[in-house]
Design a protein around this ligand. Structure first.
Ligand code: IPE
Ligand code: IPE
Ligand code: MG
Length: 231
């Protein structure tokens, strides 16, 4: 794979935890725990491969409609994740960012997130950007409202500059695990020219070799951005 093109920014729609658990005769929360463990494994591999930015879809603005028990477990896991991995991310020199409307999360979870974001803000080996209560449509509306309140013109560029991810640029590659062929409200604006990679592998089973396959596939794509030749 030496010399092949490597994406600078990867987005992952981490789907399939529930089905992974059901297939094992377990409750969906068992799958969410396995999925959370996989975040650690994949994050490490992504940055070891020299990728600069990783955007993970952890909880969508539509996921609140799930049974309360499941939502509570997902929120609990997020808290555990931030607490548990902060040290490791510090050691690995990774900066943590969160995209989404975090204002509706419990104050405890908000504090844990703020602490991680603040503690890692000067880390510069890579950026781990986590989507929590994230929805791309809401993000676009939020950006437009920001522009309106500042009285600034609404253009393709100005919207882009006011998205949660303004600082991190656009994903070159969006991966969705779990077999569904849709974006489910993930990075719709900044993904306009992302290469899409769908796999049936369920998120807890998506290991380092699966990620390498996606990166290899990216290396074979021809990105033209509307032009005739690849740039
Ligand atoms: C993805 O797995 C995790 C979240 C959406 C939080 P799912 O929970 O959607 O798993 P499936 O798609 O039901 O298998
Ligand atoms: C997308 O998965 C959201 C996350 C991975 C966090 P969903 O399981 O919520 O998507 P749908 O409902 O299948 O479209
Ligand atoms: Mg799903």
């Amino acid at each position: 794979m030496d010399g092949a093109k490597i994406p600078a920014h990867i987005g992952i729609i981490m789907d399939g935890n529930g089905r992974w658990a059901t297939a094992r005769g377990k409750k969906r929360s068992y799958g969410h725990r396995a999925g959370t463990a996989n975040v650690e494994r994949i994050t490490e591999h992504v940055f070891n491969r020299g990728i600069k930015t990783l955007s993970l879809f952890a909880f969508s603005s539509e996921n609140w409609a799930r049974p309360k028990e499941e939502v509570d477990e997902l929120m609990r896991l997020l808290e555990v994740y931030f607490k548990k991995f902060l040290k490791k991310l510090q050691k690995e020199n990774i900066r943590v960012a969160v995209m989404g409307d975090t204002s509706v999360l419990s104050s405890k979870l908000q504090k844990v997130i703020e602490k991680s974001v603040e503690a890692t803000k000067n880390n510069d080996r890579g950026i781990l950007n986590i989507g929590i209560n994230y929805g791309a449509r809401q993000e676009i509306a939020h950006a437009v409202n920001k522009l309106l309140s500042k009285g600034e013109p609404i253009t393709a560029e100005s919207i882009s500059e006011n998205l949660y991810t303004a600082e991190f640029g656009e994903p070159d590659l969006i991966i969705r695990t779990g077999g569904e062929l849709r974006l489910s409200n993930f990075m719709l604006y900044q993904g306009a020219y992302a290469e899409l990679y769908f796999t049936d592998v369920l998120w807890p089973d998506f290991d380092e070799s699966e990620l390498d396959k996606a990166i290899e596939e990216f290396g074979r794509r021809h990105r033209r951005f509307g032009k005739v030749e690849e740039s």
